[in-house]
Write a protein that binds this ligand. Structure first.
Ligand code: GAR
Length: 214
């Protein structure tokens, strides 16, 4: 069975959605470790509730980013992690981790990449007054939200939307497409060819343009 390690910095609602989809049998996998950079993260409580091992690993304990991410990579390898999930991990993951898990680190981003990368993707979309935004699951590479895209879901942006209302609408889709992407990975249905992520089976599974249908 696929072994998963999760990195999260805060609330952990995506982490919870993944736990729930494993518990319901939708995803056949086991989460063996939660790593956080934030001792206050609610994700820690969620992990404890489900008997998932946790580590708090903070950059300030390390000389530089290379040794920080090399340490995280080692912790994940010690637990035989095969897929790393960035579930609201609010740091740019650097080379020392990426190169150990090439195309095996999935990130969720609250915008339709390559629009609005970095922090506050939802606020950027509201400020720009786009009519459509959404969320993206992609493999992490050395850039900021630049890696190969696995699944995207679109949501409308309304004239009276605020960062909060749009975030809420997007989050509902995040909780659907992240588990979907992990399920595809666990079933060995994902191949990466450069930027192109090829999914075996139904094409429409990876482009969700009408959220009310899913
Ligand atoms: C989610 O909206 C996720 O897309 C975003 O942080 C939130 C975490 O929520 N991630 C990023 O912005 C990464 N750049 P959660 O802790 O409830 O899953």
């Amino acid at each position: 069975m696929l072994t998963i390690g999760v990195l999260a910095s805060g609330r952990g609602s995506n982490f919870q959605a993944i736990i729930d989809n494993i518990n319901s049998g939708f995803i056949k996998a086991k989460i063996v470790l939660l790593i956080t950079d934030n001792p206050e993260a609610y994700a820690l409580e969620r992990a404890n509730n489900h008997n998932i091992e946790t580590r708090i690993i903070q950059p300030k304990e390390f000389q530089d980013k290379d040794s920080y991410y090399a340490h995280i990579a080692n912790e994940l390898k010690r637990k035989d992690v095969e897929l790393v999930i960035l579930a609201g991990f609010m740091r740019v993951v650097e080379r020392a981790l990426i190169q150990e898990f090439r195309n095996k680190i999935m990130n969720i981003h609250p915008a339709l990449l390559p629009s609005f990368p970095g922090l506050h993707g939802q606020k950027q979309a509201v400020d720009y007054r786009v009519k459509i935004s959404g969320c993206t699951v992609h493999f992490a590479d050395e850039g900021v939200d630049t890696g190969p895209i696995i699944i995207q879901a679109a949501v409308p942006v309304y004239e009276d939307d605020t960062e909060e209302t749009l975030s809420e609408r997007i989050l509902k889709q995040e909780h659907k497409i992240f588990p979907m992407a992990i399920k595809l990975f666990s079933e060995d249905k994902i191949t990466v060819d450069g930027r192109n992520v090829i999914i075996k089976g139904k094409r429409e599974d990876t482009v969700i343009t009408n959220p009310s249908l899913v």
